[in-house]
Design a protein. Structure first.
Length: 717
């Protein structure tokens, strides 16, 4: 029912494009908004809806005519319509069974774009990339999440290096979100607890061909307390947490029903949404007059669960009081008393002292479960073996699908030009195919290096610009600001470290022996420099201290001007970093990094990884496509492991990384290094991308679950 392109005004076309996040992974479309007003686009966090709000239709018509943009806009619109209407997709041929009823993908966070900061880190960005690839592949899928009106938080670092959190309200009116209505009134879902009823409206967001539904509790039907319920991601206490999760799971299933979906397959991305299957069980019992046990078996056979971390704090646990208050009414409808409910969240149903664990609940309510890398699969099977005491560890029914990243989102436009030249036409629609990436061998060392150097130049000016802005705001001395303006050398080996400042990620590992690090930085023959960024959880004082320690170093010689800390790490900053660094450092305490994905983004852009053999890197590293810290051993004593990893880190830097980077030929090209860049792209690009990942989910989990079959990944009892 799309109008003929010729009939729509430029303003209408741009508005339609701006209201579907499809634009965000098409660089030529992003460029259109930048050309309309680069400063405004940047001030709005690259939000085209907010940008367009500044113009009257006639004004936009004039500006785009003057800038010779109109034919590009017509072309972009035609591509957009062709994309949304295309019937010939991978999904059409491989997931036909889902056509009647799309997969419902539940996640507490979605990291789709910097203008919609409802994510905290890797889990959210992964969910965002999952939706984008599902859209590109044409897999029938809808997302379900929460709308956090204040997002996660915005990070500032004060003059003492201490993290300050700010919670600006998101500009809902200028986000591409539309309230779902019926007969002109907002559709409201409700979930009852023992003490009250929680209401929420439904906001919809278009992500290419996929729709994401976000529940928003900030509506007048709610008590003042409940209006705050969805204001912050991972904010509040345990009570807030269980109420958010109740809304996400139970409210989410009700919301889908309200918009006309009865999903057959439910994919729980992490345990936060594990109440969802309980609501489906309730409906089956009620509508199909099924007994509880049968409804559970039946529902679980259509549920898929992905666990994302071996870190204990990542698995929500609730005490009996909170469970009774919030799940009690649902339990009554299921015919379960509090003992029966608690048993669903306990490894040992008889153990009255065990708290209620969302991961346990999810594992009991699905028939297909997976971790997010080969190693994480192994760790998860050990971790949850208690649920199947009669099985050996190898038989624990948790498989793995390794995470990947959405290539068009993370690939720099300049790199894309190279890809376009050497890879087959429409390569970006087939990134999951290994053979396709072999074409990358045709890139010459010189052009790859020049492209990389240009991107690195962009990163350096970005980093200086940000650092100056931040230093001014802190009121730092002129001398400090002058240092920052001159910081960094385009010829230095540039090492990036950006991630959540969770303790196991050990942002300070490299600082273990400061004298050693100082000597590295003082070597003028082999200049190196470091960029750090990352947020500590607001309640994590140790994480904030880490950040402070690194921040203070940036004011001391010889670190001054060679180590920068950028505040407020987000998707936009992530893009700059992964596109411009030479080396991406990752040194988690093995095996606590379930997968990690930022290093995969770096690979696509020609950067090299230097990482502990944990998560995805333990199955990616082949000796020639990056660098390994250590040999993949772990030690039960943390202090011993930390000490050993420090030695290994220093060794790989001084013996492998630095020599290879500075070994130049007569054209000043580091041929050995460039060979690794090419090898990384060719051997890793096809495996660690989200198309491959989502195709694996589709064929190994969604299609079998749609048929109600348990499959090779998992055979639950
Ligand atoms: C990719 C990404 C992450 C996840 O990266 P890890 O390697 O898991 O740390 C976190 N935050 C942002 C902003 C990202 O873009």
């Amino acid at each position: 029912m799309s109008a003929r392109p010729g009939q729509l005004s430029i303003y209408d076309k741009l508005t339609r494009i701006a209201n579907n996040l499809w634009w965000s992974w098409h660089p030529e479309v992003v460029e259109i908004f930048r050309l309309i007003d680069a400063d405004l686009f940047s001030q709005t966090r690259h939000n085209p809806v907010a940008l367009l709000a500044h113009y009257a239709p006639e004004e936009l018509d004039r500006i785009t005519r003057d800038a010779l943009l109109q034919s590009r806009i017509h072309h972009a619109y035609r591509r957009f319509i062709a994309y949304t209407e295309s019937q010939t997709t991978w999904g059409a041929t491989h997931t036909a069974i889902l056509a009647q009823s799309p997969v419902a993908y539940f996640s507490a966070e979605f990291g789709l774009h910097e203008s919609l900061p409802i994510y905290s880190g890797g889990l959210g960005v992964l969910a965002g990339d999952h939706l984008k690839s599902a859209s590109d592949l044409g897999i029938p899928l809808v997302g379900v999440g929460l709308f956090y009106s204040e997002g996660y938080f915005s990070q500032k670092i004060d003059a003492n290096g201490w993290q300050q959190e700010e919670y600006p309200r998101l500009p809902l009116k200028s986000l591409p979100l539309t309230p779902v209505t019926q007969d002109g009134k907002p559709v409201i879902v409700s979930v009852e607890t023992r003490s009250d009823t929680i209401f929420a409206r439904i906001l919809r967001l278009e992500v290419g061909r996929v729709t994401l539904y976000l529940l928003d509790a900030d509506i007048e039907q709610n008590s003042p307390e409940n209006r705050q319920l969805t204001s912050r991601l991972y904010g509040g206490d345990q009570r807030t947490r269980i109420r958010q999760e109740l809304l996400l799971g139970v409210g989410g299933v009700r919301a889908l029903k309200a918009v006309g979906f009865e999903p057959k397959v439910i994919h729980m991305n992490e345990g936060h949404s594990a109440f969802a299957p309980l609501e489906v069980i309730r409906t089956r019992m009620h509508e199909d007059a099924m007994p509880f046990d049968q409804a559970l078996q039946e529902t679980a056979s259509h549920c898929v669960f992905t666990t994302h971390t071996p870190v204990a704090a990542g698995h929500d646990r609730f005490d009996q009081g909170l469970v009774d208050e919030h799940i009690g009414p649902l339990g009554n409808a299921l015919g379960l008393d509090i003992g029966g409910l608690m048993a669903l969240g306990r490894v040992d149903p008889q153990n009255g002292s065990e708290t209620f664990c969302m991961t346990v609940l999810a594992l009991k309510l699905c028939r297909i479960a997976n971790g997010v890398s080969n190693l994480h699969g192994i760790v998860s099977r050990k971790m949850w073996a208690g649920l199947w005491p009669w099985r050996s560890t190898q038989e624990i029914p948790i498989g793995h699908i390794t995470n990947g990243v959405h290539v068009p989102t993370w690939l720099a436009a300049q790199m894309r030009v190279l890809y376009d030249r050497v890879l087959p036409e429409n390569w970006y629609e087939r990134t999951g195919e290994a053979d396709l990436w072999k074409g990358f061998e045709a890139v010459t060392p010189g052009e790859l290096w020049e492209t990389h150097q240009a991107l690195k130049g962009t990163l350096i000016s970005y980093a200086r610009g940000k650092a100056v802005q931040q230093a001014r705001r802190r009121g730092e001395a002129d001398s400090v600001i002058a240092d920052v303006e001159q910081a960094f050398d385009p010829n230095a080996l540039t090492i990036g470290f950006a991630r959540r400042f969770a303790p196991y990620k050990r942002a300070d590992l490299i600082l273990h022996d400061l004298d050693f690090l100082a000597r590295l930085l003082e070597d003028t023959e082999h200049p190196i420099q470091f960029l750090f960024a990352g947020k500590a959880h607001p309640a994590d004082a140790a994480g904030k201290q880490l950040l402070q320690r690194i921040f203070r170093l940036t004011h001391e010689d010889p670190f001054r001007g060679r180590v920068l800390v950028l505040e407020n790490y987000d998707i936009a900053m992530g893009r700059q970093l992964v596109q411009g660094v030479d080396l991406w450092l990752n040194n988690p305490r093995r095996p606590l990094e379930a997968s990690g994905t930022s290093g995969q983004k770096v690979v696509l852009n020609g950067g090299l990884n230097c990482s502990i053999l944990d998560g995805w890197w333990s199955e990616a590293y082949d000796g020639q496509n990056g660098f390994a810290i250590g040999n993949g051993r772990s030690h039960t004593d943390q202090a011993v492991q930390d000490q050993r990893d420090v030695q290994d880190l220093y060794a790989v830097l001084t013996e492998e990384v630095i020599p290879l980077y500075f070994e130049r030929d007569s054209d000043d090209l580091p041929q050995g290094w460039i060979a690794r860049m090419k090898r990384a792209i060719r051997t890793l690009g096809w495996r660690f991308n989200a198309d491959r990942m989502v195709m694996d989910y589709a064929s190994q989990t969604y299609v079998p679950a749609a048929g109600g079959l348990s499959c090779s990944i998992v055979q639950m009892p």
